[in-house]
Design a protein around this ligand. Structure first.
Ligand code: CDM
Ligand code: ATP
Length: 282
């Protein structure tokens, strides 16, 4: 039996870092939005124990340090299963880019393997199991298109999906999430700037507290942001810890024109995507 899954990327439509925690993590207040850029996975259960992972299309390890591998292991261990798992992962989402690709792959493996084993664990149990592997994993386990993330990003509340076209620009370098959080200096606990779920967040202004850290390391991203506005974006922001920067557009044609203009001016990968979770809204 085989499961074929698509693992979406995410962007953070706002991201506020409120307080450092004794665990080394930070309390955050963020809006996660899944978008239509997908890694693809094929998962199979076999009788020979062990996990085998094959990756095509991206520079990520194939061994036990891959988040997809770790997710399979943690689930098989939890269930005490002696079955083996074969995973083929086709990477499309840029790596270490602020798009949560590794976390999404891990969540897809948790869901896929659980389903192949007859669904012994609930969505909540899978999210709990995935959380120590990555703070973004619970969001990808849940089926919402968009969710407010509190705590370390693992306490989730569904959020309305607002219609938009997003252009993602990913420069040709990676950024370490741990380094960006470490460089952020918080002197006191911040109170979050609250958004109204009924309104597209870009009408209030988008904020990402990690942006200043990554932009200081890579000032070229300021030029990309300025170009997004010049090309007609309603708003522009860095996603997660970066370095991906996105622009928000209200029309597909404007988004694709901006994407072409960006691709000719800057070196990097450009994707035009839509939010996931609005299939019923046209
Ligand atoms: C930047 C975001 O992607 C926004 O959604 C997340 O906050 C990070 O999620 P992630 O990459 O799944 O994070 P993890 O792999 O769990 O953590 C990587 C490192 O980021 C830092 N980290 C992460 C999440 C968080 N709420 N506070 C943190 O300080 C920690 O130093 C941690 O060691
Ligand atoms: N399946 C995987 N896909 C991508 N990266 C992986 C995977 N497994 C392990 N990694 C490692 O995890 C690190 C972060 O990768 P990922 O693409 O998830 O980062 P990210 O998009 O910046 O995440 P976030 O938005 O959560 O900060 C990289 O150093 C990468 O080598």
């Amino acid at each position: 039996m085989k499961e074929r899954l698509r693992a979406p990327a995410k962007i953070n439509l706002f991201l506020q870092v409120l307080e450092p925690l004794p665990s080394g993590y930070h309390e955050i207040y963020t809006l996660f939005q899944k978008v239509t850029l997908f890694d693809e996975l094929e998962i199979e259960l076999v009788d020979i124990p062990g996990i085998k992972l094959q990756v095509t299309g991206g520079e990520v390890p194939e061994g036990e340090t891959n988040l997809a591998f770790k997710a399979a292991k943690v689930l098989l261990d939890e269930l005490g299963s002696d079955q083996g798992v074969r995973i083929h992962l086709r990477k499309v989402i840029p790596v270490a880019a602020g798009l949560g690709g590794g976390s999404s792959d891990a969540a897809a493996v948790l869901k896929g393997v659980n389903k192949l084993l007859g669904a012994p664990l609930s969505q909540e149990e899978l999210a709990h199991l995935g959380r120590p592997l990555g703070a973004d994993i619970p969001f990808f386990v849940w089926s919402y298109g968009a969710a407010l993330g509190e705590g370390i990003g693992d306490i989730l509340t569904p959020w309305p999906v607002h219609k938009a076209f997003y252009v993602l620009f990913t420069p040709p370098y990676e950024v370490s999430t741990a380094t960006v959080y470490k460089k952020l200096r918080l002197t006191r606990r911040k109170e979050p700037f609250i958004y109204d779920p009924g309104q597209p967040p870009w009408l209030r202004g988008l904020v990402n507290d990690l942006e200043k850290v990554t932009l200081a390391l890579h000032p070229d991203l300021e030029e990309v942001k300025a170009a997004f506005i010049a090309f007609g974006a309603l708003a522009t922001l860095m996603s997660g810890s970066g370095p991906t920067v996105f622009g928000v557009f209200d029309q597909y044609q404007r988004a694709t024109q901006a994407a072409r203009a960006l691709a000719s001016r800057f070196s990097g990968r450009v994707h035009v995507v839509r939010p996931c979770g609005m299939e019923d809204k046209g």
